[in-house]
Ligand binder design. Structure first.
Ligand SMILES: [Zn+2]
Length: 100
């Protein structure tokens, strides 16, 4: 194995460790739309360093520490008021719709 290969292998191992750590820290991976509870106004947001937070307006950057609980594929429960919240439809989600 060349020294370059050894270096690449080490970098790949480090990257895998970083990804594992990011997941453990709760970093938001953008797999779904951000939620907004119509009942109490609790909103999700992602900070500049990729952390998922929730807040009540106007405390835009104050993380309440609450997290929406996923009930099924597109439904979540608001941790503040207990209301069911549907995931907003993303733009890519419309392509399967057929005219009635
Ligand atoms: Zn709520």
């Amino acid at each position: 194995m060349s020294p370059l290969d050894a270096k690449l292998r080490r970098l790949a191992a480090e990257l895998a460790a970083i990804q594992k750590r990011a997941k453990a820290l709760g970093i938001f991976t953008n797999k779904r739309e951000l939620l907004h509870c119509p009942g109490c106004g609790l909103k999700e947001d992602v900070t500049a360093n990729g952390m998922l937070i929730t807040y009540h307006e106007p405390d835009l950057s104050h993380d309440t520490g609450l997290r929406f609980k996923q009930l099924n594929k597109h439904t979540f429960r608001c941790p503040a008021c207990g209301q069911n919240v549907k995931e907003p439809i993303s733009e890519q989600g419309c392509e399967g719709a057929s005219p009635a």
